[in-house]
Design a protein around this ligand. Structure first.
Ligand code: EPU
Length: 346
């Protein structure tokens, strides 16, 4: 029988973050059964310590060591738990691999996650930053998130409204010390028109020779685009987009576009705002493909910082700050990091 949880002292985290930078934690708590969280967090060694949730390690940068206890949930079950005729309710546990869930849902004849194929990371991390790609955000598919509430010391089930999703944002991201996401529940249609509006998907499907795409074809198209545009963390250390696309007042976006007609802009989070392409702004400042020692900016995508080998997290953070500084100076736009930065402020 597997133990309910395991506590390790002075743990090495370098293989547990996709930037592959060196970092350690005083304690690493591996939890196999989320039902044992209360007991595990009450262990004498870890009680009251700052807590860091670690999923696939694909959306954080260790600029220093983790301060207290790092918690990794390992339960990774997925199942259909409800049937609403043309839709099914799927429940997946936090430790499951996100891309594994996408492919499993397609195998069950379910759609809705195909645009989110090949995003690195775990299921539990997905709602925290409301992962999104190619015109779809996970928040649109979520019915509920199950999470351990450290403040109340109990398990809660938050419905979609309770999760307060925004662009790369959620209630969980705003209070990272409070929540431990243990499972997500998704509502997925059995058949639905695929979402093809994002630039590049239609072209990719045409290149694949697919005229009437099914969900699986869209997943395949997304996988091909991602493989081409984004560096594979298994080959070169990275955490996907390092910056969020900045949301600015519409008037500012218009003025910037008047001066820079090729700058892409999209609808913002609310009325009177526009979302600008951070990649374009960084590219225009000449950073794409630059390398300083082992820290650099991907030559394939200007939003992605890369560790070519032995870069430290602090080195990558300093590079990121200089990139943001040059964008602020040239365009008057503030960039914010997308991954969580551990051990330093922004
Ligand atoms: N662009 C450049 N230079 C580049 C790359 C892109 O100028 O090096 C411009 C192009 O004009 C392009 C536009 O930026 O049309 C948008 O690029 P892309 O389609 O790659 O999307 P993105 O806005 O840069 C976002 C997400 C990605 C997601 C893609 C596709 C954020 C912060 N990033 O990137 O998510 O895969 O859309 O939907 O919202 C991630 O979050 O880690 C991530 C990779």
């Amino acid at each position: 029988m597997t133990a309910l949880f395991r506590l390790l002292h002075d743990a090495d985290l370098s293989a547990r973050n996709t930037f592959r930078v060196p970092a350690r934690a005083p304690w690493l708590l591996e939890v196999n059964d989320p039902g044992s969280l209360a007991e595990a967090l009450d262990l004498e060694q870890v009680r009251g310590l700052p807590l860091l949730m670690l999923g696939g390690g694909s959306n954080l940068l260790f600029a220093g060591d983790a301060p207290g206890v790092v918690v990794a949930l390992r339960a990774c079950g997925m199942a259909i738990i409800g049937d609403r005729g043309d839709r099914a309710i799927v429940r997946a546990e936090a430790g499951a691999d996100w891309h594994g869930l996408v492919m499993w849902s397609l195998d069950q004849g379910l759609c809705g996650l195909e645009n989110l194929a090949l995003i690195p990371g775990s299921v539990g991390a997905a709602p925290i930053q409301n992962i999104g790609a190619y015109g779809v955000e996970i928040g649109e598919r979520i019915v509920a998130v199950e999470a351990w509430d450290r403040d109340a010391a109990r398990m809660l089930r938050l419905d979609r409204a309770g999760c307060a999703f925004g662009y790369r944002d959620s209630a969980f991201k705003r209070q990272p010390e409070r929540w431990i996401v243990t499972a997500v529940e998704l509502e997925l249609p059995r058949g639905a028109a695929p979402r093809l509006d994002y630039a590049g998907i239609g072209e990719e499907l045409a290149a694949m020779g697919v005229a009437t795409p099914a969900a699986r074809d869209v997943a395949e198209a997304v996988i091909r685009i991602r493989r081409r545009k984004l560096p594979d963390p298994a080959v070169v250390g990275n955490a996907g987009s390092f910056f969020k696309n900045p949301i600015v007042p519409a008037a500012q976006a218009q003025a910037l576009q008047d001066a820079n007609p090729r700058l892409p802009a999209f609808p913002g989070d609310g009325d009177g705002t526009r979302k600008l392409s951070a990649a374009w702004l960084i590219d225009a400042c000449g950073w794409k493909g630059t390398r300083e020692g082992d820290a650099g900016v991907s030559a394939a995508h200007a939003l992605v910082l890369v560790n070519h080998g032995d870069a430290s997290g602090l080195h990558l953070l300093e590079l990121a700050r200089r990139i943001a500084g040059s964008v602020r100076e040239r365009f008057g736009v503030a960039l914010e990091p997308e991954p969580r930065i551990v051990g330093a402020g922004w």
